[in-house]
Design a protein around this ligand. Structure first.
Ligand SMILES: Cc1cc2nc3c(=O)[nH]c(=O)nc-3n(C[C@H](O)[C@H](O)[C@H](O)COP(=O)(O)O)c2cc1C
Length: 159
């Protein structure tokens, strides 16, 4: 059996989209982190999942408020992936146009597509948890190319 680095490296062969998952703290402060562990789970009810590291600071806000947003990044927003993964969360939202939903969730205004979720279940899973979200609202997807994460680098698909 290989080590953790080997496991990460093998999983890097699974190309994914890249999202910024956002929430809003009790005082209204926006929080957000880069997440690629997103999957569609169920059509009825509409469920999606994200996996969050137990060490993530933003994760607590999502769980406390029971709400989160998923903004799917465009190729052009490649710089946002490392920015929302940086250790210091202070500058993540600086200069980025946001759209706030009626229930107070911030979304990246230029996202390729977006989903607003209520935490439906949070399932413990090792050093992460699987947060299953019931989709309350969604939109976008009209045009544009996605940011794709593959073997530690960024690219795209489509035309
Ligand atoms: C491409 C990419 C994908 C990532 N996917 C996840 C993920 O699925 N779950 C997660 O918990 N962290 C993921 N991360 C790492 C977090 O974005 C990073 O740890 C971040 O600093 C956490 O912020 P926080 O502590 O403010 O919540 C990813 C980072 C990158 C660059």
């Amino acid at each position: 059996m290989g080590d953790s680095a080997g496991f990460r490296s093998v999983m890097g062969n699974f190309a994914t989209g890249v999202t910024v998952v956002t929430g809003s703290a009790a005082d209204g402060t926006a929080v957000g982190l880069t997440v690629n562990s997103v999957a569609s789970v169920s059509l009825e009810p509409r469920l999606v999942l994200i996996c969050t590291d137990k060490e993530s600071e933003s994760r607590g806000v999502l769980l406390e408020t029971g709400r989160f947003g998923i903004s799917i990044l465009r190729l052009e927003d490649r710089a946002l992936a490392p920015r929302f993964a940086a250790e210091d969360p202070g500058e993540r939202f600086t200069g980025i146009p946001l759209r706030w939903s009626d229930s107070g969730i911030p979304f990246l205004a230029d996202a390729l597509a977006w989903l607003e979720c209520r935490v439906w279940r949070n399932v413990d899973a090792g050093d992460h948890s699987v947060m299953i979200g019931e989709v309350l609202d969604f939109g976008g997807g009209g045009s544009g190319r996605p940011l794709v994460f593959f073997r530690g680098g960024y690219g795209t698909v489509g035309s």
